[in-house]
Design a protein around this ligand. Sequence first.
Ligand SMILES: [Zn+2]
Length: 202
Amino acid sequence: MRFRCFALRRPDGRVVLVDAGIGPADAPSASWAPVPGRLPEELAAAGIDRDDVETVVLTHVHTDHIGWAVTAGTPYFRNARYLLQSADLPRFAFTGELTAAGQLDLLDGDSRLAPGIEVIATPGHTPGHQSVLVHDRLLVTGDLLVHALQLLQPTIEYAHEMDPALARTSRLAAFGKLGAAGNLATPHLSEPFVRLPESLAH
Ligand SMILES: [Zn+2]
């Protein structure tokens, strides 16, 4: 399985990071996921300084999505606001550190981040799962889907969804926000970007 984050570089150079990946060797995901994650190296390779990250959208609080949010007790992205849906707060490992730093912003539902960049609530996988819609043409999904089969049949459930029926509703609704040429950016499919099948677009 792949584990990806996505960086959206805005015209002024500031960066929105969607998810914070598999963390360092001592991260909470060490019990099951391949540590250490390579997010710092991947950001450097993309020419992104961590201090240019102005927003970190955490799609949900599972450990393969929050790994580099906080390291050694302090926020890894020193200049960033971290956005989390409040429904996921009770199970978030880094509430204390981010609150102490004044860097945690809680959302309740959809929110416009910047021109053309919207956070949309997509609950089901977790109660506070969220995705990011870019200019209605790209959906950074988080774990809204985890297998390519869900592109052929989006009603197929995934064993680790906390509320499978709600996840299905969120999946179909979010896909429907994309037009026929829409693309998905997914953390876990074999390819980072996939075209949404036309039958699922609005
Ligand atoms: Zn995941």
